[in-house]
Design a protein around this ligand. Structure first.
Ligand code: FMN
Length: 145
């Protein structure tokens, strides 16, 4: 007898440009949607917002992550959604949060890019993932939904 095929788990990272100002109302709306949906789908991750862009990493079962990414691409609150990285994963790196929020405030010295020349639209996916890990390790304030 064959053993059941395990559900593939993937990690997806994208960057996008906000349409209009990134107000608390917009962000709270996104987070509330993310919280309830991601919880039921077993999706975890982190959303960074500020400086006019969104960076988001999504982890979970492949079909669920792909379906969510399609919806996110169609969302009119942002544009230029660009896939930076997509990989099979053995274990989650961002498993603590259904969707954590990191504010990338220009005034916060910890928010400086490790490499000041790092532009998410041209950097490699692994570079941006390392930057995200760095922000988390630096203890940037995280707002949990
Ligand atoms: C930057 C950004 C990040 C988002 N992240 C999520 C998320 O993690 N989970 C989620 O369910 N919706 C997220 N959304 C909202 C989705 O795009 C979509 O509005 C929501 O899933 C509802 O889809 P529906 O109207 O087709 O049901 C995000 C939207 C934006 C603009």
């Amino acid at each position: 007898m064959r053993s059941p095929v395990p559900h593939r788990q993937v990690r997806l990272l994208y960057v996008s440009r906000a349409v209009g100002p990134q107000t608390t109302t917009v962000t709270t709306g996104i987070l509330l949607q993310a919280q309830s949906h991601n919880m039921t789908q077993g999706i975890t991750g982190v959303l960074c917002q500020g400086q006019g862009f969104f960076l988001q990493v999504l982890e979970g079962e492949r079909n669920s992550v792909n379906a969510l990414y399609r919806r996110i691409c169609a969302d009119t609150r942002h544009q230029d959604v660009t896939l930076l990285h997509y990989e099979d994963m053995q274990e989650r790196q961002f498993g603590q949060w259904s969707m954590a929020l990191i504010h990338l405030s220009v005034d916060d010295p910890q928010v400086q890019m490790q490499d000041p020349a790092l532009d998410p639209y041209t950097a490699s996916g692994p570079q941006v993932l390392r930057q995200l890990q760095h922000w988390l390790a630096a203890g940037l304030p995280i707002q949990m939904p």
